[in-house]
Design a protein around this ligand. Structure first.
Ligand code: TA6
Length: 296
């Protein structure tokens, strides 16, 4: 990677980890090379849209709590491998910055992760190349492309596990998933029939919505705004809020922070896992937008 445009600065972030600080006319963003982890997106005139825990760890062995973790090449636990990290190895890996450039009012940053000795001896030992492209502007567009560089087919799961900031999750509704069957993870694994109305939060919520390509909208009544999550190349949407007891149980999650966030995750997991033949690739995109009264 040669020189950076003035809109992108490589600096030392929390925990001494390298971070890209991006400034565009439409918004600012932060992306840690650790996990290619977006930790901030603040549209001009708005409060932060992407949520980050004040208790997050920032060290090589931990996933950052909040932002947009990249879950790859599995989601959740890796069956048969209790030693394997939750949500795969990508969010724990150091990604390489391969491109940074301006395009009109947008700033484009591209990071890459390829197989290594560590991944080739992991619970998912295939040869691959993953490219994560972030377009920072009036919207935030994140694209994960996975290429099969092996001589055999492989299957993977993936998620852009987006944490969104809300004024109060108890006064938040998510539209776009009406009538969509879902797995309620605490009581799963059999899918439940979709609900007629919007998703509302009255307790711990951890739902895998299946076979949906729909855009969702997070209606943040207390925050006075709406955040849209559009997607391409994704057939699964996960919605998560830990609620009280799960928040208390997480050392990297403030005890009272659960009211200020909700995850809307752009995924391909479980029955929507992706199968790639050698030399094939797959692309999944999540695009965030915000509308509502600009905050003074
Ligand atoms: O996407 C929801 C979920 O799978 C929850 O079950 C919870 O585990 C959450 O992800 C956070 O996982 P993490 O490994 O980041 O603590």
């Amino acid at each position: 990677m040669s020189t950076l445009p003035p809109t992108v600065r490589l600096e030392t972030g929390q925990g001494g980890l390298p971070v890209l600080r991006v400034t565009s006319p439409g918004s600012t963003a932060e992306i840690y090379l650790h996990g290619a982890h977006v930790t901030s997106w603040v549209p001009t005139g708005q409060k932060p849209v992407v949520w980050l825990s004040t208790e997050s760890r920032f060290d090589a062995g931990s996933a950052i709590r909040g932002g947009v973790p990249i879950c790859f090449p599995w989601f959740g636990a890796r069956a048969g491998h209790p030693e394997a990290p939750q949500h795969g190895f990508a969010r724990l890996a150091d990604w390489e910055l391969v491109d940074a450039r301006d395009e009109g009012d947008d700033v484009i940053v591209q990071l890459r992760l390829t197989d290594s000795e560590a991944t080739r001896t992991s619970a998912w030992p295939y040869l691959f190349e993953a490219t994560f492209t972030v377009v920072v502007g009036a919207q935030l567009t994140m694209t994960l492309e996975v290429a099969n560089r092996d001589t055999t087919e492989f299957t993977f799961e993936e998620a852009l596990h987006t944490y969104l900031a809300v004024g109060d999750v108890r006064s938040t509704a998510i539209t776009g998933l009406e009538g969509t069957d879902y797995v309620d993870r605490p009581t799963g694994p059999d899918p439940l029939p979709g609900e007629a109305g919007p998703v509302r939060f009255t307790g711990p919520t951890d739902r895998i919505y299946l076979a949906t390509t729909a855009q969702t909208t997070v209606h943040d009544e207390v925050g006075g705004r709406s955040v849209t999550v559009a997607k391409d190349g994704s057939a699964t949407t996960v919605v998560w809020n830990p609620w009280i007891d799960n928040a208390l149980a997480m050392a990297d999650f403030g005890d009272d922070e659960w009211t200020g966030m909700v995850c809307v995750e752009t995924c391909n997991v479980r029955g929507d896992s992706v199968l790639l033949e050698p030399d094939q690739s797959h692309t999944m995109t999540a695009r965030l937008g915000v509308s509502g009264p600009p905050n003074p």
